[in-house]
Design a binder for this molecule. Structure first.
Ligand SMILES: Nc1ncnc2c1ncn2[C@@H]1O[C@H](COP(=O)(O)OP(=O)(O)O)[C@@H](O)[C@H]1O
Ligand SMILES: N[C@@H](CCOP(=O)(O)O)C(=O)O
Length: 292
């Protein structure tokens, strides 16, 4: 039996829609695999009641199929589904690493990115790889149609997860189909600032670079209390705040010293609008780990 821990991720980071992603230190999914004639799946842990065990409907089933690697797959969910923290991707990334090792397929982590993205296609309708890439590779990742670039980073963040659910499929439905040239120029500037910030581990540059006026304003409408939570995080010292992935998670970038205060301000602000939440005080971290 092989075990893999694959981390939650935060995709988009505002200015990098469908392109940027970071691996988070916590939470994470743990996947265990054993060779079998046919794939079977069991799911326990956070939100497991909402996750299908049918291999044709679970992201790990798509990965087993893509690697031609049937197995008994046990998923222990640390990342709740429909969170904006790459829940479906964490399982897919963990399964890709585990099954690649179990069947000696010899694929590199980079080669596993499109394979794990098959799972994302199953649940969100598109094989977007901006969650599976950081979950596999760690750090900050930039995904384009034909490349994945990774840099190590350890910028402190708070990921606040409210007890509401937004499916990635639905949140993709509100993405505008066009943007003005002014909006594009501003977004390119912000994305470039964020990228430089990641290479320098500079929370101020990363925080500034999160701003996006194209996709994020539409997505915030799906999250009760978003504006209030954002303001609270900024007042507590966050250098920038945005929607994590497709939401409802909210990501605040910060200095390490402010993490605790920001986490509590965000939870209190959600509480003030009647929404329960929990905040992960974490940082940009490593990718999936294989335990033999
Ligand atoms: N292994 C899995 N882990 C989590 N969700 C899964 C998995 N397999 C299928 N799903 C389905 O994917 C959807 C959640 O994915 P998504 O909306 O992308 O959430 P997240 O934003 O947390 O990644 C749910 O409908 C869930 O049932
Ligand atoms: N780029 C995707 C990312 C979805 O992330 P998730 O964690 O919400 O699944 C999008 O914005 O739709």
């Amino acid at each position: 039996m092989l075990t893999v821990r694959a981390p939650a991720t935060s995709a988009n980071l505002g200015s990098g829609f469908d392109v940027f992603g970071v691996a988070l230190g916590t939470p994470a999914d743990v996947v265990r695999v054993e060779r079998a004639p046919e794939t079977t799946i069991t799911v326990t842990g956070a939100g497991s009641q909402y996750i299908p065990e049918d291999p044709a409907k679970n992201t790990v089933g798509a990965v087993a199929e893509a690697l031609d690697a049937p197995a008994h797959i046990r998923i222990d969910k640390g990342v709740r589904p429909s969170s904006g923290l790459g829940s479906s991707a964490a399982s897919a990334a963990a399964a890709a690493v585990a099954l690649n090792a179990l069947y000696d397929r010899g694929r590199s982590r980079e080669e596993l990115v499109p394979i794990a993205a098959e799972g994302e296609a199953l649940v969100s309708g598109e094989a977007h790889a901006d969650n599976v890439a950081p979950s596999l590779l760690g750090g900050f990742t930039v995904v384009t149609d034909d490349s994945v670039t990774q840099v190590d980073a350890s910028v402190p963040v708070v990921a606040c997860l409210p007890e509401i659910s937004v499916s990635t499929r639905d949140a993709r439905g509100v993405v505008p189909q066009s943007a003005t040239m002014d909006e594009v120029v501003t977004t390119v500037g912000n994305a470039a600032t964020l990228t430089v910030g990641m290479t320098r581990d500079d929370p101020v540059l990363v925080g500034e670079g999160l701003t996006d006026d194209i996709v994020t304003p539409e997505r915030t409408k799906l999250i009760d209390g978003y504006d209030r939570v954002r303001e609270a995080a900024l007042e507590a010292g966050a250098t920038g705040v945005t929607v994590s992935g497709a939401g409802p998670g909210i990501l605040a970038v910060c200095h390490r010293r402010d993490r605790r205060a920001i986490a509590s301000a965000m939870v209190d602000a959600f509480d003030a609008v009647g929404v329960e939440s929990r905040a992960y005080q974490t940082a940009v971290s490593d990718g999936a780990t294989l335990y033999r």
